[in-house]
Design a binder for this molecule. Structure first.
Ligand SMILES: [Zn+2]
Length: 342
């Protein structure tokens, strides 16, 4: 019914699980807490050499009720005294389950006194925008902005926390950033030096990082959905499937079109990048026999029969013809990965 907002409300355990899933979706790892019955949630997260400890306050985002503006969503503080701890990144988050997005609020503006104000708002249109393009910002006045974002941008939000909320200090920079966020998901979008020169050095770094991540996750989403989240070399789904570029990103003519992508499980992604497997222009799969022989000599060919059997004869293709790998991309990519020399 028009005007009655839908409101899925999750319990604390479910909210915490959404956070862990989001951290993993942003390619970071997490040490699970010993208890999920605590407020706030302290979490150690890491990626390669980097690690951060998060202190997280999270509530459901809900509509304020009949008397409030339809566009206004909020978290209730319920007496939370957001405490900023040294050596922690303190996050104040809302989660809207219906759209699958977080809203991040500036803890520096709300630390200390509990219940003042008793709720913190964000616009529904900002949440919707984030669901659509990855990240969106809402100017709340008083130099405060709320940032809404999709789960796979969780760690980009964390790693650029203050810099993102500091966009509240410059409406001009904020609007320029919003324009870029609106455009970044378009497949022919290119981030130009001109777009960046208007930002200060610190903001420029944040803009580049966020836009790059949005580009990457948009590509991955498109490719995975074209291939039904299944590896094109084997039957595996299991959320072990990644979107790989056929023409490597480092190659100047590489693009983010779906036809330059292929869905690969982690094993076959690695094997493809190392030139151990590929497909030819008829989509037939190939194994690098020369490499297998080298491995046999070095006695490191264990599992090769299992590996051979795991491969389809032809790669599995997307239903839509325009999503299938372009033959010109396959030809060039095989050359760049050394296949013409094998
Ligand atoms: Zn596979």
């Amino acid at each position: 019914v028009e005007g009655v907002p839908s409101m899925s409300v999750l319990n604390r355990n479910e909210l915490y699980t959404r956070i862990v899933n989001a951290i993993q979706a942003s390619n970071w790892q997490v040490l699970w807490p010993s208890s999920m019955a605590v407020v706030p949630l302290d979490l150690r997260v890491f990626h390669k050499d980097a690690s951060v400890t998060l202190r997280i306050y999270i509530r459901n985002l809900t509509h304020g009720g009949k008397t409030r503006n339809k566009n206004e969503y909020r978290i209730q503080r319920q007496g939370d005294r957001f405490q900023i701890e040294k050596n922690f990144q303190t996050l104040v988050l809302g989660w809207w389950d219906d759209a699958g997005v977080f809203a991040g609020f500036d803890v520096r503006k709300h630390a200390g006194t509990p219940g003042n104000p008793s709720s913190i708002q964000v616009k529904k249109s900002t949440l919707r925008k984030a669901a659509q393009v990855g990240m969106a910002a809402h100017e709340k006045g008083n130099e405060e902005i709320a940032i809404a974002f999709r789960p796979e941008l969780f760690m980009e939000y964390v790693n650029n926390l203050e810099s993102l909320h500091d966009f509240g200090e410059s409406i001009i920079d904020l609007r320029a950033f919003k324009d870029l966020l609106d455009d970044a998901t378009k497949h022919d979008f290119v981030l130009k030096d001109d777009d960046l020169s208007r930002f200060s050095h610190q903001r420029r770094q944040t803009v580049v990082t966020i836009i790059r991540k949005i580009r990457e996750s948009t590509f991955t989403k498109r490719v995975l959905s074209a291939y039904g989240h299944q590896c094109s070399f084997c039957p595996v789904q299991l959320d072990l499937v990644e979107g790989a570029h056929i023409l490597p990103v480092a190659y100047d003519d590489s693009t983010d079109q779906t036809s330059n992508g292929i869905a690969l499980c982690s094993l076959h992604h690695r094997a493809y990048d190392l030139g151990l497997i590929t497909m030819d222009e008829t989509y037939e799969t190939m194994i690098n026999e020369k490499r297998i022989q080298q491995l046999q000599k070095a006695r490191r060919d264990g599992g090769v029969e299992f590996f051979r059997k795991s491969l389809r004869r032809h790669i599995r293709l997307p239903k839509a013809p325009n999503h299938r790998p372009l033959k010109a991309f396959i030809r060039k990519a095989n050359e760049l990965r050394g296949w013409s020399l094998h």
